[in-house]
Each structure stands twice: as C-alpha cells, then as structure tokens.
Design a protein around this ligand. Sequence first.
Ligand code: DO4
Ligand code: MG
Length: 304
Amino acid sequence: MTKIVRYATRDQTTHVGVLDGTALRAMGTDSISNLLQLRVAEIRSLVESTTTSPAFDIGTVSLLPPVDGLTEVWASGVTYKRSRDARVEESVVQDVYDRVYGATRPELFFKSAAWRVVSDGSPVAIRIDSLLNVPEPELVLILNCHAEIVGYAVGNDMSSRSIEGENPLYLPQAKIYNGAFALSSGIRPAWELGGPAGLDRQLMIKMDVTRDGVGVWRGETTTGSFTRRFAELVEHLFRCYTLPDGALLSTGTGIVPGLDFTTLPGDVVSIEIPEVGTLMNCVTTAGGQTQSDGDLVPFANAKK
Ligand code: DO4
Ligand code: MG
C-alpha cells in the first residue's frame, strides 16, 4: 500500500516522500501544503515518478502528521445516524441535531491549525474541565486548493460530550483544545482506492480503547452508514471560503460509546481503517499555559 508521508531526518529537516512497505523515496517537494496547491493529476504523476528514485529505510526517519503550513483542519458532524442519536441523548438542546441530520447544509466546524495536529503515537487529550469525553474515529479527506480529494487519512476528533451537551454554542470549546486532533502518518492516495470512498466504496472503521492493557470499549462501522456524500461536504466547505494550501476534512464519526463510558487519562485509543491506515494515541489531560493541573500537551508538529 502506497502512502504519501511527511518525515523528519536526523538533522531535523522535514521532507515529503512516498512510502511503499518500508521503502521510502523522497518527492520533489518539502511540504504537504505545497503539494496541495497542485491538481490531483499532477500529484499523481509526482508520486508515480518517485518509483525510480533511490529508496532508503523508514527506520532512519521520524514520521510526522501529513499536514503543515497554512493547511486548515475542518470537521463535519452528525453525518451518521449513531452520531445524531448520541448528540440527542447527551444534549439539553436536542432538536438542532435532528435538524442538521436531515438538512441540505451539513454541520462543518473548524477543528485545528496544522501545527497543533498530534502525531500517531503522541498523546491526545481530554480537557481538565470536562466530565464526559470520547475519541471520535473518523475518515479524513485530504483536499487540494482546487477542492479535489487527493487522498484519505485516519483522524481522531477528541470531544467533550458534557461541554457540548450543556449548550451547542460551546461546540468550539468541546472540540478545540490542546491535543484534540490526531492524524495517522500517511495519506492513502485517492486514485489507489479505485473510486470515491463513501456509499459507493465502503471502508471499515474500527476503534479499540484499552485501559491498563485491558479492552474497555470497542466499536466499528463502515462508510456505508455515512448519510451524505463526501462531495457535498467538500462543496459546502469551499463554497465561500478560499483554502490556498488545501484542507483536511474529518468526515464525522459513526462510532459513539453510550453515556456510561468516558475516556480516562492513561487509556490507549487505537483506530484502524484497513485500506487507509492506523492511528494509536494514549490519553492525557490538557491544561494550558495558565493551568497548573493538567499536562501541557507537546506539539510535535510545531516548528517542523
Ligand atoms: O455537533 C457535534 C459534532 C459531532 C461530531 O463531531 C461528529 O458527528 O463526528
Ligand atoms: Mg466528530
């Protein structure tokens, strides 16, 4: 399986390359944001032309999240029936979720700046002021500045259910905080999946949460239960909004535990979309510069 990856070498410089098994080949660009200024056809020919470049071993580099520069991370919500039902259950204001589930206009929200995105293997976080917290395993669309789907990655939209449940206007606080979005290490090129993912091309999404080495929650779904089309999310995001370095669009979760489950510090969250990739993160608490209780989540993706 081929992946477009971003990586740091021992001299701390970052690069973009193509990973095939354990063989890594450098591409003719240093940033994903530069790549996302190109058309899919141009990206594809760049990727395919690397097969003649010298390969080196993946063990000699550190993989980074495939997002950088001015590329923004957006997310959609209430795109699976399970998510609609879970929001209605958790919220004191229920009808907004029912209404958006059936509306033409989808829910879209800003999720993260590129530099805040957490790598595979680094900690994700729960807020110190939140009582009910969940990881949300999601298929992420990698979009170029022309609103084309370049590829797919695995994302975790960490969320506070208690804060959003108290009032939907608190959504940005429930969704945007230190350590709230993690991304798998590679982009699976769209042209390799043989058709647009979603209803027409069903992808399995699985999540496991372990605590002290013991499984405490497991769920799975497929993009066949996604109730919209990915193209309509993309069209709404770009309709009145310019994204010169492209965007990542996390497409919503179809896996939500019952209200009796909350993620705790120390949990390990593993997400797998077999044709796209894997993502594993342990959970910590997120304070901030002004908090003494709560770890300050390190931003491994910053200054790279
Ligand atoms: O309004 C809630 C956001 C829901 C969400 O993030 C999801 O469905 O994945
Ligand atoms: Mg979500």
